[in-house]
Design a protein around this ligand. Sequence first.
Ligand code: ZN
Length: 137
Amino acid sequence: MIKKIEHIGIAIKSLEAAKVFEILLNNPSYKTEEVTQEKVKVNFFKIGESKIELLESTDPNGTIAKYIEKRGEGIHHIALAVDDILSEMQRLKKEGFSFIYEEPKRGADNQLINFIHPKHTNGVLIELCQEINSNNH
Ligand code: ZN
C-alpha cells in the first residue's frame, strides 16, 4: 500500500541553502545525515506528516552533482511511503515499471528505498520508501 508523500527531495549545491528553508518553514532542520553510499549529505525538515529532504553532493561525480550540472538546482524526486517495499516493487514490476536498484537499499533517515526509473513517470523520479522497524506489517 502507498500511504502518503513521505518527502520531496531537493538538489542543492550547498546545505548553506538550508537557512532559506528554516526561515520559510519557520522550523529548524531536525536532522543532518551523510549517506556515504549515495555520496550525499542530507538535511531534513518536517512539515506535518511529510518532509523536505535537501540533498548536497559530497562528490563531484555523485548522482546529485551530475543532476545539478545537467539541470540545475531544484526538485529532484518525490518519495512515497509504502508499508512493504518488496511487495510494491513486485506489483509495479508486473505493471511494467523498472527500478534503479535490483534490491531496496538503506537510505537516509532510517528508510529502505528504491527509485522507479523516471522514463516510466514523465521524467519525475519517484522514490519508494519503507520505514525500517516500522510495526505496520
Ligand atoms: Zn529521498
